[in-house]
Design a protein around this ligand. Structure first.
Ligand code: LLP
Length: 418
C-alpha cells in the first residue's frame, strides 16, 4: 500500500505526510505515490499480458509532465483531448505514434498539429471528418483515424460522467455509421484503422464493458468486411475506484479485462484508455485545518483546501474519503469539511464523523490524483497548488505552486486598445 496509516500517522511510500507538510512549506498541496502509479499500471499490463493490446493513459485526468514521463517510461501511450495536451505528451517524450487525439470539437489548428506530427485521430462527427479530410489534403499527408461510436448503453453514474448514450455530444450514433464509412471509403487521405468508444466514468461494474465490447466487436467485423484494414478496437476508459474506502468489491483492471476478453475480435489490438484507475488513488490533497466552527445544527471543519483545488465534490457531489494525517484526540462529532471559498458549494466532504481537530492539524483528502489538480481553478484569486511525488522513498517537487506574481504577469502592463 502506497498510502497507509501507522500509529494514526499517514505515510506515503514510507514518508510521514505530516513531515512532508512541514518540509514543503506550502499548503494545500498535491502529493503522489510513484509506487501506486506503477502498481496501477502493472495491474493493467498483467491483465492484458496475453492479449495484443495497449494501455493509453487519458492525460486529462492528470497532466503533470513528470507523471506523464513516468507513465511513458512504463510503456504507456497517451490519449489527448487538446492541442496543448498533444504538446505536453511530446514534451514528456511520447512518440507521435503512441498518441491518440480525441475530442468532439477539435479545431483546424489542433488537427493540423496532429496530422503534421502523424498522430492518430478519432473522428467524432461529420464536420470533424470534413475538417480532418481538408487538413490532410492541404498538408498533403495521410492521416490514420479511428471512428468514435456512441454504443447507446446506459451506465449508472452521475449524468455529467455518462458519455456513451445516443443523446451524448460525443461520437457517432450507430445509425450513422454506414454514411460515415461510405464517405471514408472515398477518401484518399484518411486510413480508417480502428473504432473507439467511451461509455463514461466512475463505472463500478464490468458487465456493461462486456456488453459494449460485444457491440463494438460486431461493428469492427462489419466495417472490416467492407475492406477497411481495421486494427484497433479502443474501449475507452471509465473504470471506477473505491472512493469510499469501504469493503465493497470494486472491479479491478483484471476483472474488466476478464469480462471483455472473450468478445475481442481476432487479429485486433485492444486499446484501453484509463485515467482515474491509473492515477486516482495515487494522489492526495494535503490541507491544514484553519478552524472549527459550530452553527445551529451544523459543525464545520474549515480547511485551507477548497473547490478551487478539488472541484469534484462540488461539481459531481463526488465522495472523497477524508482523514487526519496525524493523531487527533478531540471529541468526535459530525462535521462538514469546507474550504474558504466564498460559495456554499465549496465543500470537500459532508457529514463526516471525525474527532475535533486543533488548528493547524494536517488533514488529507484521498483519491484526488485524477481530475484534482487538472480541474483546479483560480476562483477567489487562489493560486493553483504545488505537486510532489514520492519515488523510491525520495520526495520530489514535480510542479511548483502558482504565485501571485505569475498571476499578475498575465495582465497587460498598460490598458492598450485592442
Ligand atoms: N477516454 C476518453 C475518450 C475519455 O473521454 C475519458 C474521460 C477517458 C478515456 C478516461 O476516463 P477515466 O478512466 O478517467 O474514467 N472530471 C470527471 C471525469 C470526466 C472524464 C471524461 N472522460 C471526474 O472528475 O470524475
Amino acid at each position: 500500500m502506497a498510502f497507509y496509516f501507522e500509529d494514526n500517522f499517514l505515510y506515503c511510500d514510507g514518508i510521514r505526510v505530516k513531515e512532508i507538510q512541514s518540509r514543503v512549506g506550502v499548503s494545500p498541496f498535491y502529493l503522489y505515490s510513484g509506487e501506486q502509479i506503477e502498481g496501477n499500471y502493472l495491474a493493467y499490463t498483467q491483465a492484458l499480458a496475453e492479449i495484443p493490446s495497449q494501455v493509453s493513459y487519458a492525460i486529462k485526468a492528470n497532466n503533470n509532465l513528470h507523471i506523464l514521463k513516468l507513465l511513458h517510461s512504463l510503456g504507456c501511450w497517451a490519449t489527448l483531448v487538446s492541442g496543448n495536451e498533444l504538446r505536453l505528451a511530446l514534451a514528456a517524450g511520447f512518440e507521435p505514434d503512441q498518441l491518440i487525439f480525441n475530442g468532439n470539437g477539435k479545431t483546424i489548428s489542433e488537427i493540423t498539429l496532429a496530422i503534421q506530427r502523424g498522430v492518430m485521430i478519432n473522428i467524432d462527427s461529420f464536420f470533424d471528418l470534413d475538417h480532418i479530410q481538408t487538413v490532410a489534403e492541404h498538408t498533403n499527408r495521410r492521416a490514420r483515424v479511428l471512428l468514435r461510436i456512441a454504443p447507446d448503453l446506459d451506465v449508472t453514474v452521475h449524468p455529467y460522467l455518462s458519455t456513451g448514450l445516443k443523446e451524448t455530444k460525443f461520437g457517432l450514433p450507430i445509425s450513422q455509421i454506414p454514411r460515415m464509412t461510405t464517405l471514408l471509403a472515398r477518401s484518399n487521405h484518411l486510413d480508417l484503422v480502428g473504432i473507439h468508444c467511451h461509455l463514461g466514468s466512475t463505472i463500478d461494474t464490468v458487465h456493461v464493458f462486456q456488453e459494449t465490447m460485444a457491440i463494438m466487436a460486431r461493428h469492427f467485423t462489419e466495417i472490416r468486411s467492407q475492406g477497411f484494414p481495421l486494427q484497433y478496437i479502443n474501449l475507452g476508459g471509465g473504470l471506477g475506484i473505491n472512493y469510499r474506502h469501504d469493503q465493497s468489491q470494486h472491479p479491478s483492471p483484471g476483472d474488466l479485462i476478464a469480462a471483455v476478453r472473450a468478445e475481442i475480435p481476432t487479429d485486433s489490438t485492444l486499446i484501453i484508455e484509463p485515467g482515474r484507475s491509473l492515477i486516482g488513488n495515487a494522489g492526495i490533497l494535503v490541507c491544514r485545518v484553519i478552524g472549527v466552527k459550530r452553527n445551529v445544527n451544523r459543525s464545520f471543519i474549515v480547511v485551507d483546501g477548497s473547490m478551487a483545488e478539488l472541484i469534484r465534490p462540488s461539481l459531481y457531489q463526488a465522495f472523497h474519503y477524508i482523514a487526519f494525517s496525524e493523531p487527533v484526540t478531540g471529541p468526535v462529532e459530525v462535521f462538514d469539511i469546507v474550504g474558504p471559498v466564498c460559495e456554499s458549494a465549496d465543500f470537500l466532504g459532508k457529514k463526516r464523523r471525525l474527532a475535533t481537530p486543533p488548528e493547524g492539524t494536517c488533514i488529507t483528502i484521498f483519491d484526488a490524483g485524477a481530475y484534482g489538480r487538472a480541474m483546479s481553478s483560480n476562483y477567489n484569486a487562489r493560486m493553483k497548488p504545488a505537486e510532489f511525488l514520492v519515488a523510491d522513498e525520495v520526495l520530489h517537487q514535480i510542479r511548483r505552486e502558482e504565485r501571485f506574481e505569475d498571476y499578475l504577469n498575465l495582465f497587460e502592463p498598460n490598458e492598450d486598445h485592442i
